[in-house]
Design a binder for this molecule. Structure first.
Ligand SMILES: Nc1ccn([C@@H]2O[C@H](COP(=O)(O)OP(=O)(O)OP(=O)(O)O)[C@@H](O)[C@H]2O)c(=O)n1
Length: 500
């Protein structure tokens, strides 16, 4: 009996005050942990959406972007949710039947309706930007270009999105927004890191954009774009060469070889044994070559291949004018360009071509790549078709020209050398979003990159709650220890059990 009593005496949990403190403490901890848990549980994310249609010269593509609804003004959070390739050619090819330019977009727009939740449709901005194909059509036939836009606008307005307009981007915008996209996706802008240059090769134009060292923008103001993004200032050099996209460059190369109106040409940029009949009118039906059409020429010419890389380079060199330059330094055609600087991302047709040729592995030297392309070009056409039976023959026939064009443009046009060439990465996408001008365009139009950085609290909310929880827990332990340590000096007389 007395032993039992003694045990009760020694066990502090039997003291009423201790029990009360313990219960309160446990309740406090449970409450805090519950609050922290609720606060930090993975909540159902609500997203906002934006749609951009890239109406290029060779085709149109639709991109849907999404970002967390509560973070409109934040960085690194906007990502590509979906893309859709419009069937058929670019909208500029519908000049003779403009309504078809509109209807061609229907399928991808219907996909967009399914991809974006219905309750977000009305607030989802929808943009269409047209590039070099429409630039050329607009130069050639403004009425036809306006009609294509009318048809496209009509078609897009039928959908329940917030239509924001369709327009032709300038070459400078195309270059600058491509640069913004690449650096945004790489998280370089928010962190103020050294930026990556952007190389974009389309069907009808090509763009080069980078931030040069010691750049005197007054030398050629039309090539300069100033940005203030997240509190950082950038003086971007950008230039777009109309007609130097890969399809128009090929036209120019063929025009060069048919300038005297022959009935047949032997082309070093096509494989040995390759042979097709081409139509003079079709070849010269572009403002990039129309003025060079020979006065006297048959209806068709036979286009055969020779597969000679060095001679192909000679033909391609003839497309560039390296003679005149009124600036301290030029790329070609008298266009100012400071020396290339830093790393570059090369996308669109740069990627399609280099990926087909298996040359996107960054470890290959310029010399190895050149030898590979030379060897590829000299391979007979029949053999090429056997090795790649599933590739569209039109694309397949052109990869020798395209590979040679890319190497010549980069090394002789933009002056990349062995060392600087090794800093070019051929990329399709970055972190799941396609490289191209569309994301940069949307970020700009929706003001989603602030000029200044926002002041943010020193700790994120979740961190704050966790720290408070730990501190309270420590306090509770300290108080308990404190109470227990005083147990021995508590007045015992009043609590002495009365033994009757
Ligand atoms: N698998 C593929 C897909 C496309 N291409 C080529 O890549 C170019 C298209 O690049 P893109 O960036 O889509 O150009 P567009 O936007 O159509 O052209 P632009 O920007 O000049 O208007 C075209 O020459 C097309 O033939 C290719 O070689 N292989």
């Amino acid at each position: 009996m007395s032993a039992q009593r003694e045990m009760k005496e020694k066990n502090p949990w039997h003291k009423p005050l201790t029990i009360i403190i313990t219960v309160i403490g446990v309740i406090a901890i449970v409450a805090l942990v519950t609050v922290a848990g609720l606060q930090n549980r993975p909540v159902f994310q609500k997203y906002k959406y934006g749609i951009v249609l890239d109406a290029g010269s060779s085709h149109t593509a639709l991109y849907i972007y999404k970002w967390p609804a509560e973070k409109d003004n934040n960085t690194g959070r906007i990502e590509q949710k979906h893309s859709c390739k419009v069937k058929g050619k670019g909208i500029s090819s519908y000049a003779a039947v403009p309504e078809k330019a509109g209807t061609s977009l229907t399928e991808c727009m219907q996909e967009a309706e399914m991809q974006v939740p219905a309750w977000r449709h009305q607030e989802t901005p929808l943009y269409l930007g047209a590039t070099a194909g429409m630039r050329l059509l607009n130069m050639e036939n403004k009425v036809a270009s306006d009609k294509v836009f009318e048809a496209v606008e009509k078609a897009l307005q039928r959908f329940p999105f917030s239509y924001q307009g369709a327009r032709i981007l300038s070459g400078q915008e195309e270059g600058a927004f491509g640069w913004v996209t690449v650096n945004y996706l790489d998280d370089r802008l928010k962190q103020g890191l050294q930026t990556t240059g952007a190389l974009d090769l389309g069907g009808a134009s090509t763009q080069i954009s980078f931030v040069p060292h010691e750049y005197d923008i007054s030398e050629s103001p039309s090539n300069a774009v100033a940005f203030q993004l997240y509190g950082n200032y950038y003086n971007l050099y950008t230039h777009s060469f109309l007609c130097y996209g890969k399809d128009q460059a090929l036209r120019m190369a063929l025009a060069h070889q048919t300038r005297s109106g022959p009935i047949a040409i032997s082309d070093p940029c096509f494989h040995p044994d390759y042979s097709v009949t081409r139509n003079y009118n079709t070849l010269y039906d572009s403002p990039c070559v129309s003025e060079r059409k020979p006065k006297v020429a048959p209806l068709n010419f036979t286009h055969t291949g020779e597969g000679n890389f060095l001679q192909c380079q000679e033909v391609i060199r003839s497309l560039f004018n390296f003679k005149s330059c009124k600036y301290s330094k030029c790329s070609f055609n008298g266009i100012f360009q400071p020396p290339v600087q830093g790393s570059f991302g090369a996308f669109s047709a740069y990627y399609f071509v280099m990926n087909f040729l298996n040359l996107t592995d960054g470890s290959m030297s310029l010399e190895t790549i050149t030898n590979y392309v030379a060897n590829y070009c000299s391979t007979p056409w029949d053999q090429i078709k056997k090795v790649y039976p599933d590739i569209n023959e039109k694309y397949l026939a052109e990869y020798c020209f395209s590979g040679t064009y890319i190497l010549t443009l980069l090394t002789e046009g933009y002056n990349f050398n062995t060392e600087t060439f090794s800093k070019i990465k051929f990329i399709k996408e970055i972190k799941g979003s396609d490289a191209g001008w569309t994301l940069g365009y949307m970020l700009n139009l929706t003001n989603m990159i602030p000029a200044e950085t926002k002041d943010s609290p020193p700790l994120p909310h979740a961190g704050y709650v966790s720290i408070v929880t730990v501190i309270v827990l420590l306090l509770f332990i300290l108080v308990t220890l404190f109470i227990l340590s005083f147990r021995s000096i508590w007045p015992k007389c009043s609590k002495e059990p009365q033994i009757v």
